[in-house]
Each structure stands twice: as C-alpha cells, then as structure tokens.
Design a protein around this ligand. Structure first.
Ligand code: ADP
Ligand code: GLC
Length: 483
C-alpha cells in the first residue's frame, strides 16, 4: 500500500541547517521514498536557504495565497526542488516578510507567526494539491501546531479525514512558549476549549504542548531520551503530560546517512580508509594537524569536538579539568563550533594559552567537521542531555573513539570499553560531574597506551551500523501503528 507522508521541518539538509534536525529531515525524505511512499517535504524558504546548484520551480497553483491570521492576511507562495540524492520533492513555503531575517531562528516578536504560517501553509498546500497525506510527520515545536489545526480550523475538510499525525521531539528544551495573547492571532477564534487551559490562565501558549496533546503518536530520537523526558530531570516541565501519553510515545534512534559520512569514500576527507586498512586515518590526522597548525606526532592522541557550543552540550565540565590535563598530558585538542560566548571564550583562551596543543575554530564548516571526525583519535561529547546526537555515531564510523555521558542517544549508541573482554566502543561516564568526565578521559588515555586495546576499540566502533536503511524501517512501523 503506497503511503502519503508529509514531513514538515524547519531545517532540511542541504538547504538550511543549524543542527541534527536538518540531517534527520533530509535523510527521512531520501530513505522513505525507497519504500513505495509518496513523501513530500515542507520547509520555509529563508533568505539563508542555500540554493547552490539546485533547480527551483515555482508551483503555479500555489502562488500568492493569502492566509488570514486573526484578520491579518499573510501571503505565501510555494517553490519546489528535488532533494539531492533522491526523487523526493521539497516544497518551500516562501513568505519573505516572515522568513528573510538573515538566519533561521530569531528572537523577533513574530517568531510564533513564522512557524504558525509554516503549519497552516502545509495544510493549505495539501488542499490545493488535492493530496491527502496519510501521515503528517511534524518535527519539534515549529510544526507542532499541525495536529491542533487539523482538529480545529481544518476539521471541516474531509481531505484530512483519515490523516494521522506524528510529532517527533528532537529537543524538548525548545518548546515555542509564547504569551497567550497570540492565540487569537493564530486563528483559534471560537476554538479556545481545545487549548491548554491552565497555561492560558497563566498567560502562556506553548506549541510543543499542543503537539503532545493532539498528535496521534509522539516520538523522540532515542529510547533513553523517550524514558528520560518522562522524568522531572529531563521533562522540561512536560513530564506529566508525556507520561500521560506514554502509550503513544516511542523512541527511535537517528540513523546516519552513510552516503555522506563514510571514511571509505567521503569526498570531504583527503585520505580514505576502512577497518581492514587504517593507514588513511593516520594520514588524515597529519593533514588535520597541519591544517590547524598543530605539531604532529603519531603517538600523541588527538581529541576532537564538533558542536553547537550551548548549555546542552556540557562543555562547562571542562572548566576545572582541561588545563591540568593540558599541563600534564601530551595531547592535541581540535574544537570546531560556535554558539554561546561563554564557551567560545573558554576554548579561545585554551587556544591562546596552549597554542601548540589546542586549536579552536570558531564557526561552521562542514568540511572541517568531516576532517575532524576522520583525523581525531577521540571524540568528546559530555552532554548534559542529548536526545540523540549524531556526531558520536559519525565518530564510531570513522574509528574515532567517543567519550560521552550516559544520557539519551549517547547511552543508546556508545558502550563503555571493557579491557578484560574487549567489548565496548567508547568511554561512558554516568554522573554529570567534572570528575566523571576526567575519569573517562583517563580511561581512554590508558587504553590509548595499549596498541592492541586501541585497535580492538577501533574495530568495535567501526562495526556499528546505524544506517538510515535500518532506522527508517522503525519509522515505517510507527506509521503503520498510527494508521
Ligand atoms: P544538535 O542537533 O543538538 O546540534 P547533533 O549531534 O544531532 O546535535 O547534530 C549536530 C550536527 O551539526 C552534526 O551534523 C554536526 O556535524 C553539525 N555541526 C554542529 N556544529 C557544527 C559546526 N560548527 N560546523 C559544522 N558542522 C557542525
Ligand atoms: C536535536 C538534538 C540532537 C539530535 C538532533 C536530531 O538537535 O539536540 O541530540 O540528534 O536533534 O534529532
């Protein structure tokens, strides 16, 4: 049975990306279409959307459509392009007044409207295409209003009579919580009874909550995170609500697009390698250090970091321990990332104080991200919480041994190495403390000193398979469940 699936995401690789959501949305679009599904992706057309080398076409019957938001009329048009590496069509909601802001997300007063438009424009486009999605797969708060819109403003339309909705939570810390005075503007008019009453009374309207209330199923991006978000520690205030919906709450670990992330044929790294022939890994290490102007020594381990530099990622655990390590142990540290000034400053200061050991590259570079994965020996990801995390999974494939905290998707993909049995593919610490992280780093340094142990670790890591071919099957099961 062919299934019509609409995937709605505020970022999609290779068009617009701030983090893993973009990778996941792009991969779902690509791999679902191999399964006899009619998959259509929907996303905003930002001024920062990359158009490089891809043909875009306006959709004739989706031009200058006006949607009324509490009396204010907002226009949009739709352009399409084919998702590279697939035959899947991506529909770009073009509304320059809302989306041309020089960045994907903003703190502007109309942020709520930017993504309410996305949600409604998807439904209005389906209506005009005469296309009834079996499943609308929403991602994060930016499309979490779709299930509620289907119950209210669009409930009259029989086109959607059999449409089911799924909300995937990629990060519960971002919920789209706004002041409740926006609800009339969102067009809910006489449908106030559908809204979260307690929140309304306290003057709040929360997009993610309404997604959790009305989606037919909820998923998140690892099994551990699906459990964690039902607890006060990780639930960001939504734990009770999520527990209430636990029968419809699923965890599916993200896949990796090995067409993009595979050291055997990655076009963004200078030397290719595989588990049987690791010579290229050493060459990449040399190349990485040359590029970052750090001295190369094959016996000295290289630690890599590629990350958004934000609270979630736990880099404050390094504050007390990194300098003592740098003074007493010989290693290199290559950091690629940008984000909060506090963390940027921290890594910049390390770079300035230990220029022979540390290089901080502040900014965004996909090419350098690939080279750090290939050229490092150890990858650091001490997250406070991590719904899934992709970089530790890339690291496994590149034989770069991850040091992670036991949380979310990190816990589901990395197992602590046991030198006695030779099992495990990384180093895992449990409690969010500097001592915990220091312990894991010491364990890794010990294993590094024993060539046989390290070779075993590399083999274990590189044999992990988190391909989208496999993970997409789990989404298909979820679609079946919801239908
Ligand atoms: P999150 O989505 O929380 O940022 P993930 O590990 O799921 O974390 O995904 C991060 C994605 O963004 C990865 O594909 C990673 O390579 C990429 N990335 C993060 N920061 C940078 C950067 N500074 N330069 C290039 N790629 C980056
Ligand atoms: C979020 C999470 C990250 C996850 C990504 C894709 O950004 O922080 O852990 O891998 O979404 O699902």
């Amino acid at each position: 049975m062919p299934v019509n699936i609409a995937i709605v995401s505020s970022e999609i690789v290779p068009f617009a990306k701030t983090g893993g959501l973009a990778d996941v949305a792009g991969a779902l679009g690509k791999y679902l279409s191999l399964h006899n599904c009619d998959v259509r992706l929907f996303t905003p057309m930002y001024d920062v959307t990359s158009r490089g080398g891809i043909e875009f076409h306006p959709v004739e019957f989706l031009e200058d459509i006006e949607i009324s938001f509490g009396g204010e009329s907002i226009p949009f048009s739709v352009e399409t392009a084919t998702l590279p590496g697939s035959e899947t069509e991506v529909y770009f909601i073009d509304s320059p007044g809302l989306y041309d802001r020089g960045k994907i997300y903003t703190d502007d007063g109309d942020e709520y409207l930017r993504f309410a438009l996305l949600s409604r424009a998807v439904l209005e486009s389906c209506q005009r295409m005469g296309w009834a999605p079996d499943v609308i797969h929403c991602n994060d708060w930016q499309s979490a209003l779709i299930p509620l819109y289907l119950r209210t403003l669009y409930a009259w339309d029989t086109l959607f009579a059999d449409t089911k909705t799924i909300l995937t939570i990629h990060n519960l810390a971002y919920q789209g919580a706004f002041r409740s005075s926006i609800v009339d503007h969102l067009g809910f008019g006489e449908n106030h009874s559908f809204l979260h009453q307690e929140d309304l009374r306290s003057g709040v309207f929360n997009y993610m909550k309404h997604g959790v209330m009305y989606a037919n199923a909820i998923s998140t991006v690892s099994e551990t995170y699906a459990r964690e978000i039902q607890t006060p520690e990780y639930g960001e205030g939504m734990q009770d609500m999520l527990r209430h919906r636990s029968d419809a709450l699923f965890g599916i670990v993200n896949g990796v697009d090995y067409d993009e992330w595979n050291p055997e044929d990655d076009p963004l790294i200078p030397f290719h390698y595989n588990p049987e022939d690791l010579e290229g890994k050493g060459e990449n290490k040399k190349n990485l250090l040359e590029r970052l102007e750090l001295p190369y020594n094959p016996d000295v381990p290289v630690f890599g970091i590629v990350s958004r530099l934000v609270y979630q990622k736990g880099f404050d655990l390094f504050y007390n321990i990194m300098e003592p390590f740098l003074r007493h142990v010989d290693f290199r540290l290559c950091v690629l990332g940008s984000g909060a000034e506090e963390y940027e400053q921290f890594f910049q200061t390390l770079n300035d104080r230990y220029p022979e050991k540390v290089c901080f590259y502040g900014g965004y570079s996909n090419e350098l991200a690939h080279l750090i994965e290939a050229g490092s020996d150890i990858f650091l990801m001490p997250s406070r919480y991590e719904p899934c995390g992709l970089n530790q999974i890339y690291s496994l494939k590149y034989g770069t041994i991850p040091i992670v905290r036991q949380t979310g998707g990190l816990a589901d993909t990395v197992q602590h190495f046991n030198p006695a049995t030779g099992e495990g593919n990384g180093f895992v610490f449990e409690h969010f403390t500097s001592q915990g992280l220091a312990w894991a780093i010491e364990q890794a340094l010990q294993a590094w000193e024993d060539r046989d142990q390290w070779d075993q670790l590399i083999q274990n890591a590189m044999s992990a398979n988190w391909s989208w071919e496999r993970q997409v099957e789990k989404y298909l099961e979820l679609y079946e469940w919801v239908l």
